[in-house]
Design a protein around this ligand. Structure first.
Ligand SMILES: Cc1ncc(COP(=O)(O)O)c(C=O)c1O
Length: 422
């Protein structure tokens, strides 16, 4: 028997079609059931053998430390995270960047994804005086994972990027500061750096300018550093991380090869951290502590940062360069395409100017040929006006094995070429 239970507005919103829910289902299905599918859609980290062996070694060490292992399993951590881990992260970042973080500036969440759900809904949405506030994304396209996170409707407003075309086949996005309007409705500014999906890295000048704007307007600037420095360090340009009382910086252990441990790290002012801590307690009592236990000694010794610099970054840079060369070979001079500059993260971001079909249609055609990518449309939420560019881009992950990426790119080139012929 099936019951037609009625859901709240929040329940109905969670059920909405499209975006992260469908994407995660498609990706999960491809990973677990469809072994022939070429997985070029998700943000899964690559299985880097040397890095995986570090996690296996650490697991063995943890098992051998009887007291530590037992207490890791048997105890709920405090809702802000394991105190030793918080203190190690504070020390490591202070040492690296000369900041003055204390434990009270850091909270752990169940993955950075959960941190964003908390932060967006703590800062934006409906206020007790009835006012409604939004999160400003100053550079669209932006991370699909934010899109459905508001408990109330329409918590995002986004500003289209300026496109700088670089030669025949390259381009780069910039923040359009002239158009950026920070009215009373804006609760916070949020950027991912490196940006998922485009692989853009906001320049130091852009990030400092955003920081100045947010400081002067007395609103937080949220910087999503899931791929950034000092760990996992998947960033191929010069970019200095920043932190200050008005900045909320998030990190994650996922892209180090530990997404299964669900460990996000939020760095912010005491007020922000207490409120994220309260959210942890209300929603989940405490966090998963295995990721913290595995990485703690490597954070204390500085080895995690070395691992990021010496193994993880070169690995992804090499993958990115190879993927770009497959693109050049497969697309040649005849099929129109442009690639965003790959400055960080795991993705090639294609732009097919004037593509006669939507990229959701292109996604379906590719899925039929066992290639899974992410249609660009999903990354342009919060825009006020229709923008053709949003129907002309796809995100392709290069973290999978060479064969998959090579074959996948060849098939993408064939399908794009057919689409232009329609
Ligand atoms: C830009 C960005 N932010 C946050 C996340 C969420 O990461 P986590 O696995 O820590 O929840 C992801 C995951 O892919 C991401 O790409």
């Amino acid at each position: 028997m099936s019951f037609d239970f009625k859901f709240s507005a929040f329940g109905e919103k969670l059920e909405q079609k499209g975006g992260i829910v469908d994407l995660m289902k498609d990706l999960g299905k491809a990973l677990n059931e469809q072994t022939s599918m070429r997985m070029m859609g998700g943000g899964n980290p690559a299985a880097i053998p040397e890095v995986q062996s570090v996690w296996r070694k650490r697991t063995v060490e943890l098992l051998a430390e009887e007291n530590n292992f037992n207490s890791t399993l048997v105890n709920y951590d405090p809702p802000s995270g394991n105190p030793k881990f918080l203190s190690a992260v504070a020390k490591a970042l202070n040492h690296e960047y000369g900041w003055d973080l204390e434990q009270k500036n850091i909270a752990i969440t169940s993955g950075a994804q959960t941190a964003f759900f908390f932060l967006f809904n703590i800062l934006a949405g409906e206020f007790v005086n009835g006012q409604k506030k939004k999160i400003l994304l100053p550079l669209a396209p932006e991370y699909i994972g934010y899109a459905n996170q508001g408990i109330t409707q329409d918590i995002f407003t986004a500003q289209p990027a300026i496109i700088e075309e670089k030669g025949r086949n390259r381009f780069k996005y910039h923040v359009d500061f002239e158009q950026l309007k920070i009215c009373n409705e804006i609760a916070a500014i949020c950027v991912s750096r490196p940006t998922n999906p485009s692989g853009n890295v906001l320049t130091d000048q852009e990030i400092n300018q955003l920081s100045e704007i947010s400081r002067s307007k007395k609103i937080p600037l949220i910087i999503d550093n899931a791929y950034g420095n000092p760990f996992p360090g998947v960033i191929f340009t010069e970019a200095t991380p920043i932190w200050d009382e008005h900045i909320i910086l998030t990190l994650s252990l996922s892209k180090l090869g530990l997404p299964g441990t669900r460990t996000g790290i939020v760095i912010g002012s005491e007020k922000i951290i207490s409120s994220v801590t309260a959210a942890n307690a209300v929603v989940g009592l405490a966090n998963n502590n295995i990721g913290q236990a595995l990485t703690l000694p490597l954070i204390e010794s500085g080895e995690l940062i070395n691992l990021s610099r010496n193994l993880i970054r070169p690995f992804y840079k090499e993958r990115m360069l190879r993927a770009r060369s497959y693109v050049e070979n497969a697309f040649g001079d005849t099929i129109p395409y442009k690639l965003h500059e790959s400055e960080g993260a795991f993705f090639l971001w294609f732009w097919f100017p004037g593509l006669p079909i939507t990229t959701i249609e292109l996604y379906e055609k590719l899925k039929e040929r066992n290639v899974l990518v992410v249609p660009g449309e999903y990354f342009f939420f919060g825009l006020e006006d229709q923008w053709n560019h949003s129907h002309e881009c796809i995100r392709v992950t290069f973290s999978q094995s060479e064969n998959i990426v090579k074959e996948g790119i060849k098939i993408i080139a064939e399908e794009v070429s057919k689409s232009y012929e329609v």
